[in-house]
Write a protein that binds this ligand. Structure first.
Ligand SMILES: C[S@@+](CC[C@H](N)C(=O)[O-])C[C@H]1O[C@@H](n2cnc3c(N)ncnc32)[C@H](O)[C@@H]1O
Length: 305
């Protein structure tokens, strides 16, 4: 197998080590909830709904936890009458009694926000080019990056598409930090727009980028936002979703399964399959939906008005 230069520079190992944290959290959460004991005691495969009922936990959260445990090969999942049933493997984790604390929702102080923005920024040092060039975006001259945060994707767009301008649309506090710490005022092709994408009008653009935005929100909120994007989008324009896509059968990738579980504690959203994003896009009116898997953590979906 040939190794491209890009493969050599993609820090898979570091990313795997970062994933280790999420893996530990998943394992400890499953132990603390008694998932393995419950499945073992049942002596038959159980659905996510049955496990949730038995443990007194939410069905959605339990489904994600079981999915991540299956990805980690702590459980197996059997298909039965179109239903996924979880079965415990030969795993004895119940002796692990470490306490699991949930991560606080939201970002508070300036210092925390700056840390969050650096975190958001860091992954794009590695794979922004892959998502921005997953499709040829040359025809889109006016681009808005909704929830554009540190501007990493905006910068990559201006490099890849010299004929385009990009506006970072984000909450006022984030725009302030982005201007101060991340985007040089010398960069004349990047501008800022302070606003709330749920409450405020979206300016007209040829392309809207929503990178790691919809995974923060429920289907209802995501539809609300996509409806607004569709209304503001110029005819022939489009929307680019950048997300970690789950396989259609939910069997992986492990990173997306773990991220989806993480979203449960940090946001109201979840990671989705490409078909689920396609449904949301179609409902908003978008057509010609194309999916590009990059082979890295984040994939791209382009849809047109
Ligand atoms: C998970 S981060 C993704 C940031 C960036 N797109 C990326 O991929 O690095 C979500 C971003 O959406 C912004 N955001 C959240 N709610 C928003 C709102 N109502 N209006 C505008 N931006 C919002 C946040 O400030 C944050 O920058």
């Amino acid at each position: 197998m040939s190794v491209t230069k890009d493969d050599e520079t993609y820090p898979r190992k570091i990313l795997q080590y970062m994933e280790g944290f999420l893996i530990s959290k998943t394992l400890f959460a499953a132990c603390e909830l008694g998932v393995f004991d419950h499945l073992e005691t049942a002596e038959r495969p159980l659905s996510a709904a049955e496990v949730a009922q038995g443990l007194g936990s939410s069905e959605d959260g339990t489904r994600r936890l079981l999915s991540a445990c299956a990805g980690l090969e702590l459980l197996t999942v059997q298909q039965c009458n179109n239903q996924e049933l979880a079965v415990v493997e030969v795993v004895r984790w119940r002796h692990v009694t470490l306490r699991v604390k949930t991560i606080p929702r939201g970002v508070g102080s300036d210092e925390e926000m700056l840390k969050f923005m650096h975190l958001m920024n860091s992954i794009w040092n590695i794979c922004s080019k892959d998502v921005v060039t997953a499709f040829d975006l040359t025809p889109f001259k006016i681009i808005y990056d909704l929830g554009g945060c540190s501007g990493a994707l905006a910068k990559q767009c201006t490099v890849a598409y010299p004929g385009s301008t990009v506006t970072i649309f984000d909450l006022p506090k984030v725009v302030h930090m982005s201007r101060k710490y991340f985007v040089s005022s010398q960069d004349k092709r990047i501008s800022f727009h302070e606003g709330d994408f749920f409450k405020d009008e979206l300016p007209e653009a040829n392309l809207y980028i929503l990178a790691r935005i919809l995974h923060d929100w429920t289907d209802e909120r995501s539809s609300e936002l996509l409806d607004k994007v569709y209304r503001s989008c110029s005819p022939g324009g489009g929307v680019l979703l950048v997300e970690a896509l789950l396989h259609e059968d939910g069997s992986g990738p492990l990173t997306a399964q773990l991220y989806s579980l993480n979203m449960l504690v940090q946001t109201e959203g979840r990671e989705r399959k490409a078909s689920e994003y396609a449904c949301l896009l179609t409902a908003a009116g978008f057509t010609n939906i194309q999916v590009q898997r990059t082979g890295k953590i984040y994939d791209a979906i382009l849809a047109r008005k």
